[in-house]
Design a protein. Structure first.
Length: 587
């Protein structure tokens, strides 16, 4: 095989001190021990997790899993239907809130935290600051959401610093667009609740549930819907922020002078960065102009140069723009690797498509955040996805081992949570609700009434968590994964013999003296005696000594008696794959 063909399957290493392993938790659900799970249930009926539930036991167990960063989802105060008026927090209108607990992405006060999460509502920010310190004491870092594109329809900060003006406070609502307005307006139109929206379902009631919300003139909805009566599937519970783009006029940009929204959002980022936050996951970042990110991220990093910015983004044509111009550290890899792996897990895709993904991303691979679950996606174990969490363990290995970039799991994923049950607004869709008060059954078994020791898990669930623990700890600690080169052995072997099993995939990760061979079977049947050929030298890097046989071991402790044999200028390995399995061979 010529050197050019070898180079096509090779990606250079990226020097890193640490590979980021993120554990996303929906904070209000994480510590909830109640299990009544009444559809549209109140906070009293269904319970809620608190900052204090994320205690030393929980954090130790999360760290033991191989995690480096926790993404605390839903911390910033958002619209909800629990009544906190006695604490000076206005009651929200049910007709523009999704679910009883509300969407974490309909921010009501950027300078406050969700009162649901506090034991003592009066000192809720102090309780969150204690959680930050507690997390750091366990050598874990803290990521929170930054939601820059939209806010709740009734946004009003009662916790903003002295002298701070609210979003929209100085707007001229008679102007549909004005660069210094914070919102877009529809003069002459009033907001109307979407047809068919029945908040809290037909059996539940609320003081503000009357199919009316007064907003004159109407503001533009969060997903760029310029009409007073949005559709029920629109982001009607939110309003779009104005960053100086004049929609409807070829999206003309008005960035000089700096729009007022830019300044207000910079101040919000500064507020949180000064609380020792380690990173921001930026919601729908591509709906905000890249020029804003270019302007704001370096300013925030002047406070803390190590602070991370992760962009939720779905347009591959904009990836490089948001990395190079926008200054993001990492981007979501949803529409390429996630979608590809989901298709393979469901038996609809080929493993050679993984090759196409890493080749298309090229040098951006180490900047992509890989995952198989998050709050927007269906649970692997649900009938909507795989129905069996073990079917995705090879895909989890690809997500974690393919590059030196970050990898993420969603709480409960590691014990096979199904996301089943109609919690309320979210319905039955294979996702764990982000809108409702709810208990998460498989996760609660691991939580074991606050012991966080997996005491109620069955044997299969424990086995699954152990697989995740091995994969994530290899991600975190092994030099070949943190900083090594990548070589696509599956594509290389397919080229050599013009064949290729599209249910298996294998690749190398290696540094000068650390070498891993990742062997994966996505099929539900075993595959016997697969011969794998490995070049001795890749791009002038020698992988093997001259010995005729080289012993190896499987870091997953599943494959025994592994020997790599010499065959001229190649090495060979014969291996039989168990169903839905992952081997990590170190030699």
């Amino acid at each position: 095989m010529n050197k050019d063909r070898i180079a096509e399957n090779f990606l250079p290493n990226v020097e890193r001190g640490e590979k980021i392993v993120v554990y996303q938790m929906l904070t209000r659900l994480f510590g909830n021990k109640q299990s009544a799970n009444i559809p549209f249930g109140t906070i009293e009926e269904n319970g809620v997790g608190k900052f204090s539930d994320i205690d030393d036991h929980a954090l130790s167990s999360i760290a033991d899993l191989g995690i480096t960063h926790i993404w605390y989802t839903g911390v910033i105060e958002h619209a909800l239907l629990t009544d906190y008026r006695k604490y000076g927090i206005p009651l929200d209108d049910a007709d523009v809130v999704k679910g009883r607990a509300g969407s974490p992405y309909a921010i009501k006060d950027y300078y406050d935290v969700n009162p649901d999460l506090a034991d003592q509502v009066e000192i809720r920010m102090t309780e969150f600051e204690s959680l930050i310190r507690r997390t750091h004491q366990h050598h874990l870092k803290v990521i929170i959401d930054f939601v820059p594109n939209h806010v709740a329809r009734r946004y009003q900060s009662d916790a903003k610093p002295a002298g701070t003006k609210d979003l929209g406070e100085e707007d001229d609502p008679e102007l549909a667009f004005y660069p210094m307005n914070n919102f877009y307006y529809l003069p002459g139109e009033s907001f109307q609740v979407p047809d068919g929206y029945n908040p809290l379902g037909s059996l539940a009631d609320h003081p503000t549930k009357d199919h009316h919300f007064e907003e004159i003139p109407a503001k533009v909805s969060g997903n760029n819907v310029f009409k007073g009566k949005p559709d029920i599937n629109d982001w009607f519970e939110t309003v779009k922020l104005n960053y100086g783009i004049e929609y409807g006029n070829t999206e003309k940009k008005h960035f000089q002078p700096v729009p007022d929204t830019w300044i207000k959002m910079k101040d919000i980022l500064f507020f949180w960065a000064k609380k020792d936050i380690d990173g921001f996951r930026c919601d729908m970042a591509e709906m905000v102009p890249v020029e804003f990110w270019k302007w704001v991220i370096p300013q925030v990093k002047s406070i803390n140069k190590e602070i991370l910015f992760i962009a939720e983004i779905y347009n591959p044509d904009q990836y490089r723009n948001y990395l190079s111009t926008g200054k993001f550290d990492y981007l979501y890899d949803k529409v390429q690797l996630y979608d590809t792996l989901k298709q393979i897990i469901q038996g609809k895709g080929k493993t050679s498509h993984i090759t196409e993904v890493w080749k298309s991303l090229k040098d951006m691979n180490p900047r992509m955040l890989r995952f198989l679950e998050n709050h927007d996606e269906q649970r692997i174990a649900s009938s909507f996805f795989a129905g069996d969490p073990f079917k995705a363990t090879p895909a989890m290995a690809v997500s974690g081992f393919l590059s030196s970039g970050p990898v993420m799991i969603y709480f409960g994923q590691e014990v096979g949570e199904t996301g089943s049950g109609i919690a309320g607004f979210s319905g039955e869709d294979g996702r764990t609700t982000i809108y409702d008060y709810w208990g998460v059954p498989s996760h609660q078994k691991w939580m074991n009434d606050g012991k966080f020791d997996g005491g109620k898990l069955n044997g299969r669930e424990k086995d699954l968590r152990n697989i995740y623990k091995r994969i994530l700890n290899i991600c975190k600690s092994h030099p070949a994964i943190r900083e090594g080169h990548f070589f696509d052995l599956h594509a290389y072997n397919s080229y050599l013999d013009n064949t290729g099993n599209e249910s298996i995939y294998y690749f190398l990760r290696f540094t000068g003296d650390k070498h891993l061979l990742i062997l994966l079977n996505f099929s539900e049947i075993g595959i016997a005696d697969v011969e794998i050929t490995i070049p001795i030298t890749i791009n002038n890097q020698t992988l093997f000594p001259n010995e005729a046989e080289i012993p190896a071991r499987d870091l997953m402790d599943r494959l025994n008696n592994i020997v790599i044999k010499s065959n001229g200028d190649h090495r060979q390995l014969k291996v039989s794959f168990d169903p839905h399995t992952c081997y990590v061979v170190e030699f």
